[in-house]
Design a protein around this ligand. Structure first.
Ligand SMILES: *Cc1c(COP(=O)(O)O)cnc(C)c1O
Length: 476
C-alpha cells in the first residue's frame, strides 16, 4: 500500500482552525522556540503546520509543502502511518508507563532491544535507552569514562570530537558538538572535551586533493591524541556523515585512516548514528556505509520515525561487559518508555518489511543522487554531495575557486531557503549549503518535484542575490 492510500490521521480531522494571524500571535506570546531569535520570529509569524501525509505537509493557509527534510531528519517512513498510531494506542491502553530502573522491565523494551541487537553489527548486542539523541550522548560521555575507570585507567577522561559536529543540545552533548555559537551560551564545553577540524574539503581543502585532505584531517585525530597524551583519551565521537553541520560527506580516505588511528591507540569509537541510522544512508547504519567498526552507536530520530521521542546507545559486547561489572548510576525516567519502544518496534518492522532501506540503497537513493548531482549545472551551485537520502549543495559566487561569498556566511543560503519555502519546498540552509534529507519513502515522481522546485528556487535566489549585489566572492 502506498502512503498516499493510508487512512487519514486524527490531525486531519481537526477543522475550523482559528485564523493564522491569531495563532501566530498566541504562539509569539507564549511559546519560546528552539534555535530561534524570538523577537524576529514574533515580527514575522511562525508558519503553522496543521497536518501531514507521506512526504507532504499542510499549513494553516492550506498550502501543501514537500518536506525534503523529513521533519528534522527523522520521519523516515513518512507521515500518516496508521500502524504507528495504533501501536501507540495499543501500548497506552495496556501499559502506558513503567520504569526500568528498579529491577523491572516490560515487553516493548525487551523486544526493541532484541531487535536492535539483530540489526546492529554483530559485536553490538546491548542497548541503553534514552528519550532523545542528546540524552543518549550524555549517557555516552558517562559510559566511556566509567568504562575506563572500571578498567583501571581512570585518567582516560578526554573525549575528542570535531568542530561543526552536532551531537545534541544538552550541556554534555552540546559540548561534544562543535558548534561555537552553542558553546558561547551557558558555559560549554564542559571539561575534557576537545575538538579537531572537520573533513569539509569544499570549504577548507585549499589546494589539496580531496583524498589528501581527508587523510590530513584524519591525522589531526592522531595529533590531538599525542598532544593530550594517549593514556588520557577515552573516546572519539563522530557522525559517519555530518548532518546538521551541512551534510559534509568525508573524502573516501577519511574513515579508513580514522579507524587505523582509534585502533592503534585503543580508544573507543562512538558513531553518532542519530541521522545516519535506520536507512538514511541506504543501510541500517551509516557505520556500514562508511565501513566503520564502532564501540558505541548513538541512535534516535529515525528509530521511531519521530512519531515518539526515543533515543539510545547501542553498545559493544566488550563495553557492556565492563560496564555491567558495577552499578551504573545513570538513567532517565523515560529510558525504555513502553509507548516509545512499541512505536519504534513497529517503525522498524515497516522499514524492514516494506523494503524501504533496500529501496534507498538500490533504487530511490541512486535516482535522487543522479538528479541531485545535476544541480551542479546551476550557476549558483558549486558541489553536490549525497549519500543515500542525505545530501547538500554548496552555493558559491565562483565555482572554479570554490569561493565563499563576501557577504556574511548564510546570507545567500537564507535567501535560497526563503525561495524554497515560497515554492512549497522545505529545504534547510546551513550557512551557504542547502541540505535535503527527505522521508525515505519519497517516490521518483516526488524526487522530480523536489529537484524542479529546488532549481526554480536557486534561479530566484540567484536573481535576488544579484539584485542585492551579493554575488561577490570573499577575498581569498
Ligand atoms: C539531532 C541529533 C542529535 C540530538 O538528538 P535530539 O533528539 O535532538 O536530542 C544528536 N546527534 C545527531 C547526529 C543529531 O543529528
Amino acid at each position: 500500500m502506498s502512503t498516499s492510500q493510508m487512512p487519514r490521521t486524527v490531525a486531519s480531522q481537526i477543522t475550523n482552525l482559528p485564523p493564522t494571524a491569531e495563532l501566530q500571535a498566541r504562539d509569539a506570546r507564549h511559546h519560546l522556540h528552539p534555535f530561534t531569535h524570538a523577537a524576529g520570529l514574533a515580527e514575522k509569524g511562525a508558519r503553522i503546520i496543521t497536518r501531514a501525509e507521506g512526504c507532504w505537509l499542510t499549513d494553516s493557509e492550506g498550502n501543501t509543502i514537500l518536506d525534503a527534510m523529513a521533519g528534522l531528519w527523522c520521519v523516515n517512513v513518512g507521515y500518516g502511518r496508521q500502524e504507528l498510531v495504533e501501536a501507540a494506542a495499543r501500548q497506552m491502553a495496556e501499559l502506558p508507563f513503567y520504569n526500568t530502573f528498579f529491577q523491572t522491565t516490560h515487553v516493548p523494551a525487551i523486544e526493541l532491544s532484541e531487535r536492535l541487537a539483530e540489526l546492529a553489527p554483530e559485536h553490538m548486542n546491548r542497548v541503553f535507552f534514552a528519550g532523545s539523541g542528546s540524552e543518549a550522548n550524555d549517557t555516552n560521555i558517562r559510559m566511556v569514562r566509567t568504562y575506563w575507570d572500571l578498567k583501571g585507567q581512570p585518567e582516560r577522561v578526554n573525549i575528542i570530537s570535531r568542530w561543526n559536529a552536532y551531537h545534541g543540545s544538552s550541556v554534555g552533548s552540546g559540548s561534544l558538538g562543535g558548534m561555537k555559537g552553542m558553546h558561547a551560551q551557558g558555559g560549554m564545553p564542559i571539561p575534557g572535551i576537545h575538538h579537531i577540524d572537520q573533513p569539509n574539503w569544499w570549504a577548507e581543502g585549499g589546494d589539496m586533493s580531496p583524498e589528501d585532505f581527508g587523510r590530513a584531517r584524519a591525522q589531526a585525530l592522531e595529533e590531538k591524541i599525542l598532544e593530550l597524551g594517549p593514556d588520557t583519551v577515552a573516546a572519539f565521537i563522530a557522525e559517519p556523515v555530518q548532518g546538521a553541520g551541512g551534510v559534509i560527506v568525508p573524502p573516501e580516505s577519511y574513515w579508513p585512516e580514522v579507524s587505523r588511528i582509534v585502533e592503534k591507540y585503543g580508544i573507543l569509537l562512538i558513531a553518532d548514528e542519530v541521522i545516519c541510522g535506520f536507512g538514511r544512508t541506504g543501510n541500517w547504519f551509516g557505520s556500514e556505509t562508511m565501513g566503520i567498526r564502532p564501540d558505541i552507536m548513538t541512535i534516535a530520530k529515525g528509530l521511531s520515525s519521530g512519531y515518539q521521542p526515543i533515543g539510545g546507545s547501542i553498545v559493544s559486547d566488550e563495553v557492556a561487559e565492563v560496564i555491567g561489572g558495577a552499578e551504573f548510576n545513570h538513567g532517565y525516567t523515560y529510558s525504555g518508555h513502553p509507548v516509545a519502544c512499541a512505536v519504534a518496534l513497529e517503525n522498524l518492522r515497516i522499514l524492514d518489511e516494506e523494503g524501504i532501506v533496500t529501496r534507498v540503497r538500490t533504487e530511490t537513493g541512486p535516482y535522487l543522487k543522479q538528479k541531485f548531482e545535476s544541480l551542479t549545472e546551476h550557476p549558483l551551485v558549486g558541489e553536490a554531495k549525497i549519500v543515500g537520502m542525505m545530501g547538500s549543495i554548496a552555493l558559491t559566487p565562483d565555482k572554479a575557486s570554490r569561493a565563499a561569498f563576501a557577504a556574511d556566511a548564510g546570507t545567500v543560503g537564507y535567501l535560497c531557503r526563503e525561495r524554497c519555502f515560497a515554492n512549497n519546498l522545505v529545504m534547510r540552509h546551513v550557512g551557504d549549503r542547502m541540505i535535503v534529507s527527505p522521508p525515505l519513502v519519497i517516490s521518483k515522481a516526488e524526487i522530480d518535484t523536489l529537484i524542479e522546485r529546488a532549481w526554480r528556487s536557486l534561479d530566484e535566489a540567484m536573481a535576488e542575490a544579484e539584485a542585492q549585489g551579493l554575488m561577490k566572492p570573499a577575498a581569498a
